[in-house]
Design a protein around this ligand. Structure first.
Ligand SMILES: [Zn+2]
Length: 251
């Protein structure tokens, strides 16, 4: 880790910048909450923003004012307004990096998909509980996977292989929020979870150069799900309506 001097001129003096080769994609921000009459001053002196070392590239100097503002807002009480401002700043920072990518590519560690936030508890259903049920009943409890409600608004549920913060490969199952409704019977929710689990048990394979995801064996085993017909019917008839409701609410 190295301490920085080159951008000090524009940097607020309550903030210390550090660069880390171990930080891959994102930054880390730490500050101590102090108490007492000088608390405001003290906490500002102790704030440390640790950035991936490639952020030092001169091409990225424009992201720093955004990062300073982000740090400033982060130390305040987190209202929904401030959270929104932070998200917008993050978006602008990543956009600036994206724009400069071709000029600084040598310094950026290999791109990987960021591991999403894991949220198993929804408004009506907990996907972890139903994953455990399906795993026990159909896979002898042997499947290893991380399951979450999707962060996107849409009807898509999916399975993907991701790398977590420790560099380990992890199966990630993401379930459409369209299933997180009171009108969704457990048999339907477990149906989609079973389908995604099956992608782990019956991995995609290649036939004549073509990737087969839902092959013969997959379709055969899919029908072993006890409430297959109920799930398919619900998926076709009710899910699209629920997704439309979500989209309306999001507007
Ligand atoms: Zn599938």
């Amino acid at each position: 880790m190295t301490q920085l001097s080159i951008f000090n001129s524009s940097k607020p003096d309550w903030l210390t910048l550090k660069f880390s080769k171990r930080a891959k994609r994102s930054w880390r921000f730490e500050w101590k909450k102090a108490s007492g009459p000088w608390s405001w001053f003290k906490k500002r002196n102790q704030a440390v923003l640790t950035l991936p070392s490639y952020f030092q590239h001169p091409e990225l100097k424009d992201i720093f004012p955004f990062l300073y503002e982000w740090a400033e807002i982060t130390m305040e009480r987190q209202t929904s307004q401030r959270k929104k401002q932070k998200r917008s700043l993050e978006k602008q920072i990543w956009q600036l990096i994206e724009d400069k990518k071709s000029n600084i590519s040598a310094e950026i560690p290999p791109a990987r998909q960021r591991f999403p936030q894991i949220t198993p508890q929804g408004s009506f259903h907990n996907v972890q509980e139903h994953f455990d049920f399906v795993n026990r009943k159909y896979f002898g409890g042997e499947l290893q996977a991380c399951i979450t409600w999707s962060t996107r608004i849409g009807g898509q549920s999916f399975h993907s292989l991701r790398t977590n913060a420790r560099g380990e490969k992890v199966h990630l199952i993401s379930i459409s929020r369209g299933y997180d409704f009171a009108n969704c019977p457990l048999e339907a929710l477990r149906g989609v979870i079973y389908h995604e689990c099956l992608h782990i048990a019956v991995p995609p394979h290649t036939v004549n150069g073509r990737r087969v995801v839902h092959g013969k064996e997959f379709r055969r085993r899919e029908k072993l799900y006890e409430h297959y017909d109920l799930w398919i019917k619900w998926h076709a008839e009710v899910l699209p309506r629920n997704v439309r409701t979500l989209k309306r609410k999001a507007k």
